[in-house]
Design a protein around this ligand. Structure first.
Ligand SMILES: C[S@@+](CC[C@H](N)C(=O)[O-])C[C@H]1O[C@@H](n2cnc3c(N)ncnc32)[C@H](O)[C@@H]1O
Length: 205
């Protein structure tokens, strides 16, 4: 599908204005990847690379894909600072046109709350990217999250169960879905959020 210049400009400007996120790993990546044998990992919409960096620090060869060059530059700088630049790669990619081979031991995607057609394309690509026996993680905003937390541009909310159906994760996939409460700080105020979590293991060949 065609890149959306307006969204690309939005994210580019947001990152160019300064650090957007904490730089810490997302909890579902930490808890899931900690139970796996490290291999290759790709993070879709990696932003400044908190997940990529954590994975690289924990033995994975991790690649972060994002369309926002300033975010990727921040990830590369941090990889050098933490001494994991040989295992953490950041590649400018529009995920709407990403067409992977099924070679990744871990495919992860957090908070890609873009338009429905892009999310569908990325979900299909993410499923197709998982190697036999590999793991897929998708985390987003749950519909139970208070509406005012979406911010002026809004957030797409979805249920993990709907992803399972949309992605056709039948036939041999082991799938878990849940709503996961999360505390975060927004504009200096602690807020209670709810994440939608999908973790799925692909059938071995
Ligand atoms: C809310 S941020 C999440 C960043 C990161 N996953 C995290 O958990 O901190 C969404 C990210 O998706 C990226 N993004 C949005 N549309 C994209 C596209 N079409 N291709 C690649 N990245 C995209 C944005 O640049 C942004 O970094």
């Amino acid at each position: 599908m065609q890149p959306d210049p307006e969204r690309r400009a939005f994210w580019h400007e947001r990152y160019a204005a300064g650090a957007a996120w904490s730089g810490h790993v997302n909890p579902v990546v930490e808890e899931t990847a900690s139970r796996l044998v490290p291999g290759t990992a790709v993070d879709l919409g990696c932003g400044e690379g908190g997940d990529v960096l954590w994975l690289a620090e924990h033995g994975w060869r991790a690649t972060g894909l994002d369309a926002a060059a300033p975010a990727l530059a921040r990830g590369r700088d941090e990889a050098l600072r933490r001494g994991v630049a040989d295992r953490a790669e950041f590649v400018e990619t529009d995920l709407g046109t990403w067409d992977p081979e099924p070679v990744w031991d871990l495919v992860t995607c957090h908070y890609l709350h873009e338009a429905a057609d892009l999310r569908s394309a990325v979900l299909a690509a993410a499923v197709g990217a998982v190697a036999p026996g590999g793991t897929l993680i998708v985390v987003g905003h749950h519909p139970d999250e208070p509406a005012h937390l979406a911010g002026p541009r809004g957030h797409t909310r979805f249920l993990a169960e709907d992803l399972v159906e949309a992605a056709g994760l039948g036939d041999g996939w082991q799938v878990t879905t849940r709503a996961r409460p999360r505390t975060s700080v927004r504009d200096g105020v602690t807020v209670e959020r709810v994440d939608t979590v999908l973790v799925a293991t692909a059938p071995a060949r």
